[in-house]
Design a binder for this molecule. Structure first.
Ligand SMILES: Cc1ncc(COP(=O)(O)O)c(C=O)c1O
Length: 394
C-alpha cells in the first residue's frame, strides 16, 4: 500500500525547471534580496567578545559549579541518555532534577524534555487535540505556535496580552475543552504578559492556562521563581507552566510543571517525551548545579535586573521589565549590519528579523547578564551607539 499526503504528483508541471531541490536556489536569492539570509556566527575558543546575544541571563553556563555538575553527571551516566525516557533513558538524576524543579517552582510535579521547544510542543499537543480550542496570542514563542499547529485543535489568535479577547474567544466557543497559551515574559522584547488576568479569564470559562516562563525563571519573581510565582499563582489549579533549562540555568532542556496527574498524562501521551532520547545527563547535572547556585544566591535575579536598567539607561532606551533590551532598527539588512558592527567592536548581540518579529521591526536584541560589571555595561552601550550610528540608525 502506498500512502501519500497532499496533492497527487501525477500531472505535475515539470517544465518550470524547479523540480527536486532546484527551487531552493530561487528561495535563497529571494531571502538574500529581502535581507533575510542567515548565517550562524561561529564562536571560537579563546575569543573574548562580550556576549549579550545569549540567553545566559545569570552567567551560569560558565559557573564552575555548573561545569562540574555537567562533568560529574557525564562521568556517572555517560555522554547520552542512550534511549527514550520510557525505555532506559531515565536516570535517578532525571528524577532528582524533576523533584528539585517542582519544589523550587512550587508545583507538585515536573517532567523534563530534551529541549524547551519540545516541552512546549509536548505539553500543548498532549493537552489539546481535534475538537478542542486553543487561544494563543501574537507574542507566543514559535514552539507554542508549532504545538498549536500540530495539535489539530481549532486555534484562535488574539493580540498580545489581550485578556478580554481571550475571554471573548472562550465564551464564544462550541468546544467543551479549551487551552490558553502564552509566554509570561515575551521572548522578543522581554515585556510581561498579564498572567493573572489570563488565568482569571481561563478559570472563568473552564479552560486551562499554559504559561511559558522561559524568560521569567531566574529573572522575575522571588529568588528567580518566575512571574507565575510573583503573581502568587504557583501550583494553582488548571495552571500548567513550562520553562527551559537553556537560559537562566545555563544548561539545556525543558520542563513542564503542574499536578501529578499532568505528569503522568504527559508520560503516556506527549510524543516529544515518548519518541525522543531523554535529556542528556550532562545537561541534567548542569541544571541541578545551577538550581543549587540560584538557591544559594537568591539576589542574582535582582542583580540581573539592576544591570538591565543600567544598560537601558546607558543606551538611552526605556528600562525593561525583565532583562531583554530591544532596539528597533526597522530594516532587516540594517539590523544585520548593526549587529556586525557591534561584533567588529567585540560585543555580541542578537539580531531579530522576520519571521521572528513583524516586518518593519527588525532589531538588535540585547540580553543582559547578571555577571557583568558597570564598566562593561557602559562599554557595551558605547559600542551599540557607535554601531547604530555607523549604519545610519541613529
Ligand atoms: C519563550 C521560549 N520558549 C521556549 C523556547 C525553546 O527553548 P529551548 O531553546 O530550550 O528549546 C525558547 C527559546 O528560544 C523561548 O524563548
Amino acid at each position: 500500500m502506498t500512502i501519500t499526503s497532499g496533492q497527487p504528483v501525477a500531472g505535475q508541471d515539470v517544465t518550470s525547471g524547479e523540480v527536486g531541490l532546484a527551487w531552493l536556489a530561487r528561495a535563497a536569492r529571494d531571502r538574500a534580496e529581502a535581507g533575510l539570509h542567515r548565517e550562524p556566527h561561529v564562536r571560537r575558543a579563546g575569543a573574548d567578545a562580550v556576549n549579550l546575544g545569549s540567553n545566559d541571563y545569570l552567567g551560569l553556563s560558565t559557573h564552575p559549579d555548573v561545569i562540574a555538575g555537567a562533568q560529574a553527571a557525564a562521568a556517572q551516566w555517560g555522554g547520552g541518555s542512550t534511549a527514550s525516557r520510557l525505555v532506559v533513558g531515565t536516570t535517578a538524576a532525571h528524577v532528582d532534577l524533576e523533584n528539585e524543579l517542582a519544589d523550587f517552582l512550587g508545583f507538585p510535579a515536573a517532567l523534563t524534555f530534551s529541549s524547551g521547544y519540545l516541552a512546549n510542543v509536548g505539553a500543548v499537543t498532549a493537552l489539546a487535540g481535534r475538537g478542542d480550542l486553543i487561544v494563543s496570542d501574537t507574542g507566543s514563542h514559535a514552539s507554542l505556535i508549532d504545538g498549536c499547529r500540530l495539535s489539530r485543535a481549532r486555534v484562535v489568535v488574539v493580540d498580545r496580552g489581550d485578556h478580554e479577547a481571550v475571554r471573548a474567544a472562550l465564551a464564544a466557543r462550541t468546544e467543551e475543552r479549551a487551552l490558553v497559551v502564552t509566554d509570561s515574559v515575551y521572548s522578543i522584547d522581554g515585556e510581561p504578559a498579564p498572567v493573572a488576568d489570563l488565568y482569571a479569564a481561563a478559570r472563568a470559562h473552564g479552560a486551562v492556562l499554559l504559561v511559558d516562563e522561559a524568560h521569567a525563571v531566574g529573572v522575575r519573581g522571588p529568588g528567580g521563581r518566575g512571574l507565575v510565582a510573583e503573581q502568587g499563582l504557583s501550583g494553582a489549579p488548571d495552571l500548567v507552566v513550562t520553562t527551559v533549562l537553556s537560559k537562566s540555568f545555563g544548561a539545556q532542556g525543558g520542563v513542564v510543571l503542574g499536578p501529578e496527574i499532568l505528569r503522568s498524562h504527559l508520560i503516556d501521551c506527549a510524543r516529544p517525551f515518548i519518541f525522543d532520547t531523554g535529556l542528556n545527563p550532562a545537561a541534567v547535572g548542569a541544571a541541578r548545579a545551577a538550581l543549587r547556585v540560584l538557591r544559594a544566591y537568591p539576589a542574582l535575579p535582582d542583580r540581573l535586573r539592576d544591570n538591565a536598567r543600567h544598560l537601558a539607561r546607558a543606551c538611552g532606551v526605556d528600562e525593561p521589565a525583565a532583562a531583554v533590551i530591544s532596539i528597533i532598527v526597522g530594516d532587516p539588512q540594517r539590523a544585520v549590519d548593526a549587529a556586525a558592527a557591534c561584533r567588529d567592536r567585540g560585543v555580541l548581540v542578537g539580531c531579530f528579523r522576520p519571521p521572528s518579529v513583524p516586518p518593519g521591526t527588525s532589531r538588535l536584541r540585547i540580553t543582559v547578564r547578571a555577571d557583568l560589571d558597570a564598566a562593561t555595561l557602559d562599554h557595551v552601550a558605547e559600542v551599540v551607539d557607535a554601531a547604530l550610528r555607523e549604519v545610519g540608525a541613529r
